[in-house]
Design a protein around this ligand. Structure first.
Ligand SMILES: Cc1cc2nc3c(=O)[nH]c(=O)nc-3n(C[C@H](O)[C@H](O)[C@H](O)COP(=O)(O)OP(=O)(O)OC[C@H]3O[C@@H](n4cnc5c(N)ncnc54)[C@H](O)[C@@H]3O)c2cc1C
Ligand code: SF4
Ligand code: SF4
Ligand code: SF4
Length: 460
């Protein structure tokens, strides 16, 4: 029986040099704009025929390709079937369970290791869980990311096998890092691994489970990160240019350095931490950047909560009645599978995590802004672009029926802004202003409006 993926060349085909328009290849070769840059195709290729360009798009070495079709089979760029994924992971077919997806339990929590908590994006839960797995011997290594030591403005995936290496991976890097390229290393290093990955990378991994179960079995735990949208890899260098900092002056680039919720910073060779904008990460920076630096494929991505991970971790942005954050330096944890539940339970029992069950508290069910971005704006965009003849990912999930006129206008405006953001002089000028001290009044106005909104809610 031919067990190769359905789109692979058949065994009887004469060996022909493979060209990049071969239908069995991953989507980047026929429609680059649909590529999430997850790295799955490069990671799965048994002959190392796919390398990555500087901005992480796949590139084919034709004479190495044996036309096995695996790269196309695992690729999550072109098609995501929520029904199939739900059936595969939860044994139940459904297409849409709202932004959070299938959730068994919801917790807020933090790592009890002060170093992991303070260095984490939120409460250091992701690294706390991975450290627990590593230290208990449940895994041999963890698939994580860091900024390169010799080029600290570039992110890279790597396999951490010690506590110290895991510490290098702490914190969020809000730009594309092709995590699933690491599968290629797993082929050479038998063992068990945990992966901290974004939703599209989890989709790639679930595809791998169907098409190369042996390789996939090496990844025993998927700790999913929420993803409101990644950013182009050029962001750090452009940000440094905006602030007049030479690349060779820095030893690290932090997306959320310093006190929670953090701030984009360059760490200079003399040890000085230079902030790159005036607002903190939450009250400005990330939201501004997603308006201009979000790649095309992310603009049409519908999974914000990592719906098919064993558990998903997000920031815990819930505010109290005064408009203040209820849980600083905490993360929110959505338990999805038995494996995810066991991991959090065991880590808590071992004293690695402190968690509080908030399953019954409705204020933890959604991220309002992300629900809007991924739940209505992205599906609207997909439908509109498709109608206009543009290539878009194929989904079995569609836009909700109750989309308001306001949402339609917002989608149009944000699409226009993102389109303009592709033009470097425009994005540099806008971001240069928004991250300068001249934009401080804007930040203050935004914070004032937010507080007023909460005050109004309190009064009702
Ligand atoms: C691109 C991106 C978008 C996100 N969007 C949202 C959002 O909209 N809402 C929300 O609540 N949370 C979002 N998150 C998740 C959030 O930033 C935190 O990662 C999460 O809350 C876990 O915090 P922690 O303190 O538990 O993790 P930590 O202990 O700090 O561990 C962070 C982990 O993230 C991994 N990581 C960092 N950058 C990347 C990357 N680019 N690709 C893959 N893995 C990476 C690290 O390797 C590490 O394992 C996003 C994360 C990323 C990377
Ligand atoms: S050999 Fe590599 S590039 Fe060629 S079809 Fe297989 S996975 Fe794709
Ligand atoms: S597998 Fe990932 S990196 Fe490769 S083409 Fe598909 S989406 Fe792009
Ligand atoms: S928005 Fe979607 S496609 Fe983009 S990085 Fe996040 S999960 Fe991947």
């Amino acid at each position: 029986m031919d067990t190769r993926p359905p789109n692979a060349a058949s065994e009887s085909d004469d060996p022909q040099p493979v060209t990049t328009d071969a239908p069995f290849l991953s989507i980047a070769f026929s429609a680059k704009e649909l590529c999430t840059r997850c790295g799955s195709c490069s990671g799965v290729c048994p002959t190392d025929a796919i390398t990555l360009t500087e901005d992480f798009y796949p590139s084919l070495i034709p004479d190495r390709c044996i036309a096995c079709g695996l790269c196309g089979a695992v690729c999550p760029g072109k098609t995501v079937s929520y029904g199939d994924l739900a059936e595969q992971v939860f044994d139940e077919r459904f297409v849409d369970r709202g932004f959070d997806g299938w959730v068994e339990k919801t917790y807020v929590g933090f790592s009890t290791d002060e170093r992991l908590r303070r260095g984490g994006a939120g409460g250091g839960v992701v690294t706390g869980l991975l450290a627990h797995l590593l230290q208990s011997g449940a895994v041999d290594g963890c698939l994580v990311s860091r900024m390169k030591k010799d080029r600290p403005w570039e992110g890279e995936p790597f396999i951490a096998t010690t506590y110290e290496e895991l510490c290098e991976s702490q914190g969020s890097r809000y730009h594309i890092i092709p995590m699933n390229t690491l599968w290629a290393d797993l082929r050479k290093k038998p063992g068990r691994y945990a992966a901290a990955i974004l939703p599209c990378q989890t989709h790639g991994f679930r595809n791998l489970q169907r098409h190369d179960p042996e390789l996939a079995a090496q990844i025993t735990h998927v700790v999913g990160l929420f993803c409101g949208g990644s950013l182009e890899p050029c962001l750090p260098t452009e940000m440094l240019t905006m602030r007049g900092i030479q690349r060779d002056q820095i030893t690290d680039f932090q997306f959320r350095g310093g006190d929670w919720p953090g701030q984009m910073r360059a760490i200079l060779k003399d040890g000085q931490a230079r902030p790159l904008h005036y607002s903190n990460y939450k009250d400005g920076a990330y939201n501004y950047f997603t308006s201009l630096y979000m790649p095309e494929r992310c603009q049409t991505c519908l999974d914000g909560s990592n719906e098919f991970a064993d558990l998903s971790v997000s920031d815990a942005w819930t505010r109290d009645e005064q408009g203040e954050y209820k849980f600083k330096e905490h993360s929110r944890i959505l338990i999805r599978t038995e494996r995810g539940a066991a991991l959090v339970r065991e880590a808590a029992e071992a004293g690695a995590l402190v968690v509080k069950d908030v399953t019954e508290d409705p204020s933890y069910r959604t991220h309002k802004m992300q629900t809007r971005r991924k739940g209505s704006l992205a599906p609207l965009r997909v439908a509109r672009w498709k109608q206009a003849g543009r290539r878009v990912p194929e989904y079995d999930r569609t836009a909700p029926d109750d989309v308001t006129l306001k949402e339609r206008i917002t989608e149009r405006c944000s699409s226009m802004l993102l389109r303009a953001g592709k033009w470097k002089p425009f994005r540099m000028a806008v971001m240069g202003f928004l991250t300068s001290r001249y934009a401080i009044p804007l930040i203050k106005l935004r914070l004032y409006l937010k507080k007023r909104k909460y005050a109004k809610r309190r009064a009702r």
